[in-house]
Write a protein that binds this ligand. Structure first.
Ligand code: CP3
Length: 342
């Protein structure tokens, strides 16, 4: 059956502007908090029935045009035993960060069927329950963003250690990025084989880099990821925050759809990515303003796109945890009724 989301990824004609939200499965939903309980999110991800139900919750509640797998970008590196956990309220933490060449041995090849069978069971369970016109998006962390956690050992604002390695030992950095590219390829391929119908590569923190740093130290590995899934024929989305200056390069990496945050207008983004489709870009903080403001800002995003068929409405980054879910429900309805294609 036809999917507005898949058509928009290819900038083909369709009947309504598709919308989904990054982090749509999560703490903003009371039904998520009720199901999730205590404990590491990594434990929840290892339970296919639970993870599938959490993936489906926002589809039912919001009526979004795509589901995104409930998992995390650090799942493959955690699964091969690198010693990664996710601390609630903080994010990924690594007991023994990646420091030198010897640490490459701690990143043996990742085999999704062997190392994360539960993820593939979740994908299959979700796909079995989704309506045909609501595809599941599989995802992986891009080499730079995953490496930043492995090298820093925790979330960072400055990426000091990561940049020091990049510039100080480019060969080691390239070996690390290349290995993580292989992880992303294996992970994405397995999700698509299990039933995902689009993939998103999250390079959330690439915006910390200048275009020349990105081109030299990040683009080769991300390009490898996109080339490594090209034959699957599913749309490939590429997203990062604060990447206004990098959008052209992120497209060049091999993306069919480029994610845009709220700092860059869709029209400016379009001039930088050529004929790629765009995904974005309402500021997630706007959801906390009174409804008339939200409504005005949603319309502003739609107007900025000006009917271009290559647009998937989304937030410019993930849903913030305290967001009122009824606001997201209303946004979906507004985009569906007011969005214009063509
Ligand atoms: O709904 C969805 O978007 C699907 C699920 C999803 C999660 N993580 C679940 C999650 C996705 C797509 C991710 C990707 C991810 N993980 C990214 C890229 C997206 C982005 O936000 O830029 C990044 C950078 C991570 C690393 C990570 N994992 C962070 C920074 C955090 C937040 C820590 C916190 O508690 O604030 C996590 C944990 C995490 N991953 C949560 C969820 C729902 C929240 C913790 C929980 O519910 O236990």
């Amino acid at each position: 059956m036809s999917s507005a989301f898949l058509a928009a990824c290819r900038a083909e004609p369709h009947d309504r502007v598709p919308v989904w939200f990054m982090r749509q499965a999560g703490r903003a939903l009371p039904e998520y908090r009720a199901l999730r309980g205590e404990g590491s999110i990594l434990d929840a991800i290892r339970q296919p029935k639970l993870a599938a139900e959490i993936t489906l919750q926002p589809v039912r509640r919001y009526g979004v045009d795509a589901a995104i797998l409930y998992s995390d970008i650090v799942v493959p590196v955690a699964a091969i035993g690198f010693g990664v956990d996710i601390e609630p309220g903080t994010g990924p933490v690594v007991a023994e960060p990646f420091r030198g060449r010897a640490d490459l041995d701690r990143l043996p090849p990742f085999d999704a069927e062997r190392d994360t069978p539960y993820v593939l069971e979740t994908v299959a369970a979700v796909v079995a329950d989704l309506p045909d016109d609501v595809p599941l998006i599989g995802f992986a962390g891009a080499p730079f963003t995953v490496a930043s956690y492995l090298v820093e050992g925790q979330p960072s604002r400055t990426y000091t250690k990561t940049k020091a390695m990049m510039h100080g030992d480019p060969d080691l950095w390239a070996a690390l990025a290349d290995r993580l590219a292989d992880f992303a390829i294996a992970s994405l391929r397995s999700q698509v084989e299990a039933g995902a119908r689009a993939v998103q590569l999250f390079d959330s923190w690439a915006g910390a880099l200048s275009p020349s740093q990105y081109e030299r130290y990040v683009l080769p590995a991300s390009r490898k990821v996109f080339a490594g899934v090209a034959d699957l024929g599913v749309p490939r989305i590429h997203f990062g925050v604060n990447t206004g200056e990098l959008l052209g390069l992120m497209r060049e990496a091999g993306a069919d759809v480029v994610g845009v945050d709220w700092r860059t207008s869709l029209s400016a983004a379009r001039s930088r990515v050529g004929d790629a489709a765009l995904q974005g870009n309402l500021d997630p903080a706007i959801c906390f303003a009174p409804w008339p403001v939200v409504e005005r800002e949603v319309r502003a995003v739609l107007d900025d796109n000006d009917g271009n068929p290559g647009h998937i409405f989304n937030l410019g980054h993930g849903v913030l945890p305290d967001t009122d879910p009824t606001v997201l429900e209303r946004i979906v309805e507004l985009v569906h009724t007011e969005g214009r294609v063509g």
